[in-house]
Design a binder for this molecule. Sequence first.
Ligand code: GSH
Length: 352
Amino acid sequence: MTQIPKAALYYSPTSVWSAVARLAIEEKGYGKDELDLRIVDLGKGENYNPTYLRLNPQGMSLPTVPVLVVPYENSLTDGVESRYKALVDTTPIVEFLDKSRSALSHTHTTSTAPAPALTPATIEATTLARSIIDLLHAERANPNTLRYVNARDDKSLRVLAHELLPSMQDRSHTLSDYLAQAGNGSLRVSEKVKKLWMDKLDAINVILAVFAEADKPESELSDQAKAHRVAFFKTARQAWETNLTEVLTQLSKEMVGPYTLGDQMSIADLHLAGWLTRVVKLAGGSASDDGSAVAKKLEEHIGGGFVLPKDFATEQARRENTKAEKQTKIGAFWNAMGERESWKKVYGDGLF
Ligand SMILES: N[C@@H](CCC(=O)N[C@@H](CS)C(=O)NCC(=O)O)C(=O)O
């Protein structure tokens, strides 16, 4: 019998956007026989490995996770070399995972779990889901930026630097090694790949310079190091105060609640779950916090008197049709998502 080629998800266990793909896999009930899960160690810079960069047949560089490699349908015959297509962004990956497994789909599967449709059907719902997904993937909402600049004073900078320095140094070494090997000819790569490595190395080194001197009080810094630290805090305030406030305000306005489109969960909620869990974790929250605790922690961490609007009726008030109690939509979403098996499975060992 022909071995049916499997799809493979390249992911990192602690990556925000990988978590979104994993939530989709759980929600859709994909069986282990349908998908290979392959870990890419971002901390060691495995995503810059030339082999990983070559995954995409179009030759486009893809230094991020998740990547879903799927076999073409017409490659399932004997004697034909398998051809693959790489999906390199979370949005098409989630759409693909949703559409390729309907409750009626003839997949080679041992899983009997039902596969709910997560892509909205109406134009209105599609537009809203798209708007939320685009918002969460916009640069001003970047959850990885929020992690790298999660310090707005000297004390929190020291803590952050201790946490992130080892993996940033590893990644910097990996990239420098690749560049050296490309330089002496022992590694053959395109100019485009070299440029990608150089750009990544520059970006890492800018932050490394600040982290490496985080233990020094400002008075002991050179003028240049002082300027770098000032610039870092400015970026951090922009990300955590200005940008995140805007994103959370827009989310609260556009979401119907408790899920993006109302009572039924959709692809937009998978993106929101991954994104929000990261932001909550960075704000000091944990899995045992309920929605109102999470809303409070977000408000306190952002600071400056920011408050999330309490404009969503609690479950009890909605059931009993009373107007009394209101909660934040973000909090209601957190409560709803936290009860799902998919979320418990992905975040069972802790938030990231
Ligand atoms: N637009 C991409 C972004 C993916 C992304 O930023 N992934 C992060 C991890 S959550 C990553 O791979 N970072 C590694 C790097 O940039 O070095 C998507 O939506 O999938």
